[in-house]
Every structure is written in C-alpha cells, then in structure tokens.
Design a binder for this molecule. Structure first.
Ligand code: PLP
Length: 447
C-alpha cells in the first residue's frame, strides 16, 4: 500500500498528518485514506469537518450523544474527577461515584433489575451478561444450561461471545466457528411489514422459533435468549406487535433468562428509559452503553435482576469472590463522573420525554420519504428510523454511497448494508428534523 497523508485545513488544527498507521475499525481503510472524512469539532446538533464545513448529526455520533455535543457539564465533571481521583483499582477497592451511578441507573431500569455491573463498551456488556446467565444457572444447580439463543441480523458487539450471538454474516465469516451452542431465531424483517411505522402487525408467529429450539435442544440446556428489542445496527427492525411478550412467556415457561441488548435502544432512544418499558416487557438482564455517558467516556453496563444477583451471591462461600469477572477499567472514575453528569442532563432537561414528544414529527418526516427515488423500505420507532435504499445488485454498495454523499451534503449518519440509520440527538428541534429530512431527500435523488 502506498503512503497516505492529509492536510488539515481547519485553521487551529492546520497541519499534515500521516494516515498510514491508524487502522480504522469497521471502515474500508484504503478507500477512506484516499478520500478522508475527518471531523474536528462538535457542538449541539452539529459537527464540523476539517475544511470548516458544518454537518448536522443525524446519528447522535453513533447512537451515543443523546444530549448533543460538547456538553460542558460532562466535560467539567470528568476534568474535576481526574484531578480528584484519576484511577483506583476496581477489584477489592471502590470509589463513591461507582455506587452513585449504579443507584442512578437502577432508578431507570424496569422491575427489579437493580444490580449494575459496569463495563467499558457494549460488547463487554454482552459478554458479561452471557457469563452472568451461566453463573446464575450453575448457582441454582442447573449448570447444564449452557446454550444461548439469539437471532439472525442481530448485532451484539464484536467480542467472541457477542460475535457468536450475532446474526450479521460479515461480522462472523472470517472468524471461524465462534462459540458452540448458539441457535439463531429468524429475524422479523418480513415483506408484509415494509413501510410500517412502530410495531408491525405481521410476524408475531416468528416468536415461536424459541419454542422450536426448546423442543429441539431441550429447555434444560438453554441459558438465555438475547434480543435487541429493536434490532439496531442491522437497520432499525422494530418487532411485530406481541412478539417480545411471546418471547417473554416462552422464557418464563422454560426457565430461560431473557436478555434485552439495549446498547442502542436504552436511555431515551424510544422515548422511554429503556425499550423494555416502551414495549411493556421486562427482561431479566439489560445491557447498555453508548448514551450512558452521552458518548463522552467509554462505558457500558449490565442491569441484572436482584433475583439473579442474589442467587449468585448466595451460592458463594463466605468471603469468596462471587463472580470471577471484571475489567481494569470497570467503573472508571472518569466514566462514572461522565455518566452521572449525563444522567443529570437527561433528567433535568427531560430529554427522554422530549424525544417522545418529538417522535411523531420525526417519524412523519422519515416516512414522508416513501416514494422518493431509490427508497425500498422505511422503518421507525421513537427517535430511531432507517431508510433502506434499493440494492443496485451488490448488497450494501448503494447504502455505502448514500452515506458518503450524505456526508458531502452536510449530514452525518451510520449506514449498514443498504440502510441509512437515523437517530438524532434528543435535543433536536423541529427545524433540525426538517434539515435532516431535506438533506436525505436531496441526496436520495443523487443516487
Ligand atoms: C445492540 C448492540 N450491542 C452491542 C453493541 C456493541 O457495543 P460497543 O461497540 O460499545 O462494543 C452494539 C453497538 O452498536 C449494539 O448496537
């Protein structure tokens, strides 16, 4: 590969940087380095690229920045924390903000999901949840439950547990057989529900796949069922009406734990604290990350039912470590400070309610793109939507072009395959939604 470098034009940042060394994640590196899309500044609803051009953020960064960018309260909290206590070992030692943030997260979770284990990412939260499920069944004398059920088109992060659960082929195909004992239910993106806003009326019977796995593998071998209440990274697949409730019933009937992976849907995206509350279905565990710190520090968490927690605690000998798991940076002081400041903003500004109120306007804007050139499907719920463009024969190629042209036209979002995923910060005003709509429409006509 030849050498690539880039001259940053933005005045305060003006310099030439080498692009060779940094290997970018989930990016066509060679293409990027030939035509870099560099962002150097952010504030509120906007980014600025290195040429000083303004882009509207239609993706909350990557589903993280619910309160918009450059929140001084969070920056100040992190700065203060790093001066006061920069780091303390999270094993055998603690610091107050870890406990405070745990309590604040527990206030937001449904049911008795009041025990909070901190991680540094969504991927780590997923692998942690898998281990909690296994440890729980062992603790109650059902150690044979080692299988997991997930779904086609699921995204559960990139660590080996999460990749094994995932149902997106490109995330699996180069990495061998992954973990054994994982069965994938069918996804719920069926033709009958194309262009359906909120939950589709067709496809609830797809939840019976879990019953089939119970019959095929034996419930006594299944530890947990992992579900994104709205499949996010694959392009906002909203569940059919009654689907999640039916999955819950099957789990209950067979002693299988239900895990909602709410790394995207958690903390306001649906207009509720969690999608669990939006859909009225309480799982046994919830994984979260992204908006937990408004994207200002890497952090994830697993909310665990007290029943599960207490069972694991109760099975350990007095004085013993109950759960042999954790990360050097679990509950990092700076991340906890950022999390507390972010949750304060969400509460004080009523951002989840604000998202719920803006959602109909946002969804109207997205669904008004039906019939625009090259649109093949639109899906959405709350402040979350996907515009799928018609394939040009090579899956994902047109979606990728769409995303690049949107950037050139001043809009940032994430695309997966042929779907552009729209998830604006919850501070958005109607004029921002209009701007997002207009840029999407203009760019669709250019494909
Ligand atoms: C549902 C879900 N789970 C897990 C992850 C992984 O999170 P991270 O990228 O923070 O590891 C993601 C990331 O988008 C996600 O959407």
């Amino acid at each position: 590969m030849g050498h690539a470098e880039h001259k940053l034009h933005d005045q305060p940042q003006a310099r030439t940087i080498s692009l060779d060394e940094y290997w970018m994640p989930f990016t066509p590196n060679r293409e990027f380095k030939a035509a870099p899309m560099l962002v150097v500044r952010a504030e509120g609803m906007y980014y600025w690229n290195d040429r000083g051009e303004k882009l509207i953020d239609a993706a909350s960064g990557m589903f993280c920045c619910a309160a918009g960018h450059g929140r001084k309260e969070i920056a100040d909290a992190v700065y203060k924390q790093l001066q006061e206590l920069d780091f303390i070992a999270p094993f055998l030692r603690g610091h107050p903000k870890a406990f405070e943030l745990g309590a604040r997260v527990a206030e937001l979770t449904p049911g008795d999901l009041n025990r909070i284990f901190f991680t540094n990412s969504g991927s780590e939260a997923v692998d942690t949840a898998m281990k909690v499920a296994l440890a729980y069944h062992q603790a109650r004398g059902q150690g044979g439950r080692t299988m997991f059920v997930s779904r086609e088109r699921a995204y559960h992060g990139v660590n080996f547990g999460g990749v094994s659960l995932s149902g997106m082929v490109n995330n699996r195909r180069k990495f061998g057989p992954t973990l054994p004992g994982i069965a994938h239910m069918r996804h719920t993106h069926i033709k009958e529900n194309y262009y359906t806003r909120d939950e589709g009326v067709h496809g609830v019977e797809l939840a019976e796949d879990l019953v089939r796995f119970v019959n095929l593998y034996g419930a006594e071998n299944i530890a947990a069922c992992f579900i994104e209440p709205i499949a996010g990274s694959t392009g906002c697949l909203v569940p059919p009406k009654g689907y999640l409730k039916r999955i819950r019933e099957t789990c209950d009937a067979h002693g299988i734990l239900l895990v909602f992976d709410e790394v995207i849907t958690g903390l306001g995206r649906t207009g509720h604290n969690f999608a669990a509350q939006a859909f009225g279905v309480t799982p046994d565990l919830i994984t979260m990350a992204k908006a937990l710190t408004n994207g200002a520090q890497p952090m994830g968490a697993v909310a665990i039912s007290e029943r599960i927690h207490d069972t694991i605690m109760g099975a350990a000998a007095d004085g013993a470590i109950e759960f042999f798991h954790g990360y050097t940076y679990s509950a990092h002081p700076a991340a906890c400070a950022a999390g507390l400041a972010a949750l304060d903003i969400y509460r004080d500004e009523g951002l989840f309610e604000r998202g719920r109120e803006l959602a109909p306007y946002f969804q109207d804007a997205m669904f008004s793109l039906k019939g625009a050139p090259n649109v093949a499907d639109i899906r959405g719920y709350g402040m979350f939507a996907a515009i799928e463009v018609a394939s040009d024969g090579v899956p994902g190629r047109r979606g990728h072009t769409f995303q690049k042209k949107l950037f050139d036209n001043g809009l940032h979002l994430k695309s997966t395959g042929d779907s552009a995923i729209v998830a604006p910060p919850l501070i958005a005003e109607k004029r921002h939604i209009d701007e997002i709509h207009d840029k999407l429409k203009k760019t669709l006509a250019m494909l």
